[in-house]
Design a protein around this ligand. Structure first.
Ligand code: NAD
Length: 370
């Protein structure tokens, strides 16, 4: 097996706390499953600003370009709120996404059985839920030109954003969705508003083209995004992979995420084009931020970050069995009633610290391996 180059960027707030727990899982796989990781660690966000005066140095960017996968904690915090926009901690993350050209954002919504009662929906609607939203991340409404606020001759102000997609931009994210579906239940639902938007018509045509010419064995369906939002809360288990544009994906992925309960449980991946070694450019990070209200108190839930590492095993390194081991270990720990404070108490269970949750997950990995 070739060496897997990981760059860990813990960042700010609870970032270093949760990434320390990811490190335990990485070390376990290296020690007991013979996985060959080369792990580097560097600064991002406010931590980088404190040392370099910028939220991501050129040297760190170069390390990210050379890595097979970047694992990020979180950026930001009140100490940096008054900084100029150009050096705010979150700009470090945006630079990584932009320069690695990470155009496909993957947000799984998976409901662990032990947490099904924590959802705002009924247990039977969410128990066993396992869907993936693929959101186009680098084009569309948030980037299209022209944009801005102008004033007409009569003094009326006009706000403009442009929802713009090219064939290339649609086809590459569609391919990401079809590839993913091949590793799951082989179904893709594409969401847009082809009934009222030309960009939606193009989206539907191009996704269909990629399907018919390159992935005919994957089941493809189309849905208007407004209906998609309704279906996500009515019957989310009908979906496997959903692919959608930047704007609709922003909204639909937040909606889907909340089906599963706590922010501390939600992983994500952002993928780009394949590198020379065939692996996609990739950044893995929890959905949550730096949680300054609980930073330094050992209260943070490390599961979102550990599940993000499971995504790295699956999508960067094709280690499906190992990814399932991590997810299974999380499931085992939750089933034992072990919870961090954000998940609320379990009947007959215990509430533990960030470090104890990481230890419990490593112990569950060892138990699964024996
Ligand atoms: P947040 O996600 O940091 O926190 C929201 C709430 O959820 C807080 O009450 C927090 O304690 C809780 N929470 C979050 N993650 C948790 C975890 N793992 N375990 C337990 N509880 C958890 O969002 P926010 O408060 O809006 O933002 C705080 C800072 O993080 C800001 O500076 C913001 O810009 C930044 N931020 C960064 C990212 C990122 O790096 N990707 C994402 C969102 C926000």
């Amino acid at each position: 097996m070739t060496t897997m180059k990981l760059l860990i960027l813990p960042g700010d707030g609870i970032g270093p706390e949760v990434m320390a727990e990811v490190r335990k899982v990485i070390d376990w796989f290296a020690a007991f499953r013979g996985l060959d990781f080369a792990v580097e660690e560097d600064l991002v966000g406010g931590a980088a600003y404190d040392v370099h005066g910028v939220p991501l140095s050129d040297a760190t960017m170069a390390r990210a370009q050379a890595a097979d996968a970047v694992l990020l904690g979180a950026c930001g915090g009140p100490a940096y709120d008054d900084l100029d926009f150009s050096v705010k901690p979150e700009r470090g993350l945006l630079r990584l996404r932009k320069e690695l050209d990470l155009y496909a954002n993957l947000r799984p919504a998976r409901c662990f059985d032990a947490l099904a009662d924590a959802s705002s929906l009924k247990r039977e609607v969410v128990a066993g839920l396992d869907l993936m939203i693929v959101r186009e991340l680098t084009s569309g409404m948030y980037f299209g030109e022209p944009r801005g606020i102008t004033e007409l001759n009569d003094g009326t102000r006009v706000g403009v954003n442009t929802h713009r997609y090219t064939t290339h931009e649609i086809r590459r994210v569609a391919r990401s969705a079809f590839e993913l579906a091949g590793k799951r239940s082989n179904r893709v639902c594409s969401m847009e508003k082809a009934n009222v938007m030309e960009a939606g018509i193009l989206w539907r045509e191009e996704v269909t083209w990629v399907h018919d010419n390159e992935y005919p064995d994957v089941e493809l369906s189309h849905m208007y995004a407004d209906n998609g939002a309704m279906q996500l809360v009515r019957a989310p288990k009908q979906f496997d992979v959903i692919v959608t544009d930047n704007l609709f994906g922003d909204i639909l992925s937040d909606c889907a995420a909340m089906l599963t309960g706590s922010l501390g449980m939600l992983p994500s991946a952002s993928l780009g084009a394949p590198m020379a070694n065939g692996r996609p450019r990739a950044l893995y990070e929890p959905v949550h931020g730096s949680a300054p209200d609980i930073a330094g108190k050992a209260l943070a839930n490390p599961i979102a970050s550990i599940l993000s590492f499971a995504m790295a095993l699956r999508y960067s390194f094709d280690l499906e069995a190992e990814a399932e081991m991590v997810e299974g270990a999380v499931e085992d720990v939750l089933a034992q009633g072990i919870r961090t404070a954000d998940l609320g108490p379990a009947e007959g269970g215990r509430t533990v610290s960030t470090g104890a949750m990481g230890d419990a997950i490593v112990a569950a990995l060892a138990a699964r391996d024996s």
